[in-house]
Design a protein around this ligand. Structure first.
Ligand code: HPA
Length: 274
């Protein structure tokens, strides 16, 4: 298991710099079914996660994870195609390790996306939701353990985890493109089982609008290290118990496929403005 320290982060970042020569400003982490953005990176340089020193090994079926460096509308970006989830067995600090490396590469803004179940009953599958805030319900934190003050403060502020400025920008872009953008609170759980109907009632009661199994540890680390964050959820299904039907990963993938054009339109216009 990788123990996080400045030297390890540096080695991973040095390798990526050697391979790409890039100095990305914007980091992109793509959720289930939203990887198509990777096909729209201009002048891409692709690096397998398995080649990067200390990078976690991907357990994603079918293809190993890849880091892609390039530009979107002239903006230098680094994109994670495939992310690490705690339900795969990684500790929270490991799921967020790539964010530490992004910071070392020069990233100052992070766009995180995910597929999520809709808890707010005014949402519909296929809606996009700007994340206004999150509930970390994983029961843990990527910042547990001794704090390295060079990486960030012991007790980082989370009062504006998702940047007000970047959210306002996203609303403007959605308005220009005539895309309806919901907004709400994302609850991040451990998974991998989908929630029970009773859990969804509880989550709604405590203020969640959508639920998923990723994002919160990455965002906590981004804020720890001073990166500005914007998050967009694709509401891939209504959460457990809302409709009289079971949940499935294939439904999640089918819906993200349906929103592909809308999602791409929004993020490709947004990224150069971040
Ligand atoms: N619950 C948790 N994670 C999810 C869901 C859900 O309903 N949909 C997509 N990811």
């Amino acid at each position: 298991m990788t123990t996080l320290n400045q030297g390890i982060i540096q080695e991973a970042a040095d390798y990526i710099k050697q391979q790409s020569g890039a100095i990305p400003e914007v980091g992109l982490i793509l959720g289930s079914g939203l990887g198509v953005l990777a096909d729209h990176i201009e002048n891409p340089i692709t690096i397998d996660y398995s080649d990067i020193p200390h990078f976690p090994k991907s357990t994603v079926e079918g293809h190993a994870g890849e880091l892609i460096l390039g530009t979107v509308g002239g903006r230098q970006v680094v994109l994670m195609k495939g992310r690490f989830h705690m339900y795969e067995g990684y500790g929270p600090e490991i799921t967020a390790f790539p964010v530490r490396v992004m910071k070392e590469l020069g990233v100052s803004k992070l766009l995180v996306t995910n597929a999520a179940g809709g808890i707010n009953t005014s949402f519909r599958p296929g809606d996009l939701m700007l994340i206004s805030d999150h509930l970390n319900l994983t029961g843990t934190s990527p910042l547990i353990g001794a704090n390295d003050n060079n990486l960030g403060p012991r007790f980082p502020d989370m009062s504006e985890a998702y940047s007000r400025r970047l959210r306002s920008l996203a609303r403007d872009v959605a308005g220009e493109l005539n895309i309806t953008l919901q907004e709400g609170v994302y609850a991040g759980l451990l998974g991998p089982a989908y929630e029970t109907p009773a859990e969804i009632v509880m989550l709604r009661t405590i203020g969640a609008d959508a639920v998923g199994m990723s994002t919160v540890s990455e965002v906590i680390v981004a804020r720890h290290t001073g990166i500005e964050v914007i998050g967009i959820s694709c509401i891939s299904n209504m959460a457990s118990g809302i409709l009289d039907q079971p949940l499935s990963h294939s439904e999640v993938m089918e819906t993200t496929e349906l929103v592909r054009e809308k999602f791409l339109g929004l993020v490709l216009t947004l990224i150069p403005k971040l």
